[in-house]
Design a protein around this ligand. Structure first.
Ligand code: AMP
Length: 284
């Protein structure tokens, strides 16, 4: 496995691989890898000849008062893990490599970037869409792998590739959870032991809503209320939002019908902000 820091080297290498008719899979990450990331890597390994994992804590997707400086970074441990998963290349550029002086082009996926996470984190998806466009354009992978954990992000990336004509196929993989049901996240490392235990309430509340749907409840506000009441019953939890939306368009819905309907939440425990979601009318 080779670690590459330069964009130009990454681009010339993947040009060569394409000429050799190798299929290329890209797994974009911010590092601090866990089983959620590794599930994407495994899928990429199965589907593609060449697997590239990018590790880049992208400054443009963090707000001023967010945790960019504190975000966990451990390239050595990450690289050791990826080598075991037969990854071919790790692309780990510096911020100056991605955003050299004079950089001034940003990607804005209008209508999808202002709601939910975007409402609370203005500019977040502008940073995400911009860095993903740069990665896709540099590497030109056949497939890029994202997690359902960041449902809004996956939807935005799909829209972006369609709109800008990238030929990469976006593959979205299921959420990997800890035994308690807590969705795996690099930010879980910030939780105190008490908060970590308490955070299991998020998945329990989503499950409650799913059970209610199974038992016939269709009203979106009642389902949102089931989740908010359960989360608010946990003294360490502070609910940012709970939303019931169309899983493809992110538009708010009033009723659960035949479309896939997503229920998405963001919850703060102390200074740590966690997100999670589930498709209400899908079995898994
Ligand atoms: P991040 O490093 O947090 O930017 O995540 C990189 C990719 O891994 C994104 O596509 C995430 O959606 C995905 N991911 C993060 N956590 C999980 C998880 N628990 N299960 C599945 N995918 C995940």
């Amino acid at each position: 496995m080779e670690i590459i820091n330069r964009k130009a080297r990454m681009a010339s290498l993947t040009r060569k691989l394409r000429r050799e008719n190798k299929t290329i899979g890209l797994v974009p990450t911010m590092g601090a890898l866990h089983a959620g990331h590794l599930s994407l890597v495994q899928e990429a390994r199965q589907m593609c000849d060449i697997v590239i994992v990018s590790i880049f804590v992208n400054p443009t997707q963090f707000g001023k008062n967010e945790d960019f400086d504190k975000y966990p970074r451990d390239l050595t441990a990450d690289a050791a893990m990826l080598a075991e998963y037969q990854v071919d290349y790790v692309f780990a550029p510096t911020a100056a490599e991605i955003y050299p002086s004079g950089f001034s082009t940003y990607v804005w996926v209008e209508g999808f970037s202002e709601t939910l996470e975007g409402e609370i984190r203005p500019g977040h998806f502008r940073g995400v869409a911009t860095v993903v466009a740069i990665l896709l354009n540099t590497i030109r992978p056949d497939f890029a792998f994202f997690g359902q954990k960041d449902a809004q992000q996956s939807i935005i990336i799909k829209r972006l590739t369609k709109d800008l004509g990238f030929e990469t196929e976006i593959v979205v993989m299921p959420i990997i959870r800890e035994e308690s049901g807590l969705a795996m996240s690099s930010r879980n490392a910030f939780l105190s032991p008490e908060e970590h235990q308490a955070a299991a309430i998020i998945f329990r509340s989503l499950k409650d809503a799913k059970i209610a749907v199974r038992e016939g409840e269709r009203n979106a506000s009642i389902l949102a209320q089931i989740v908010s009441e359960r989360i608010n019953s946990e003294p360490l939890a502070n609910l940012d939002y709970v939303a019931v939306v169309d899983a493809e368009t992110l538009e708010p819905v009033e009723k659960v019908d035949d479309r896939e309907i997503l229920i998405a939440v963001a919850v703060r425990f102390g200074k740590t902000r966690l997100i999670d979601n589930t498709i209400l009318n899908r079995k898994q």
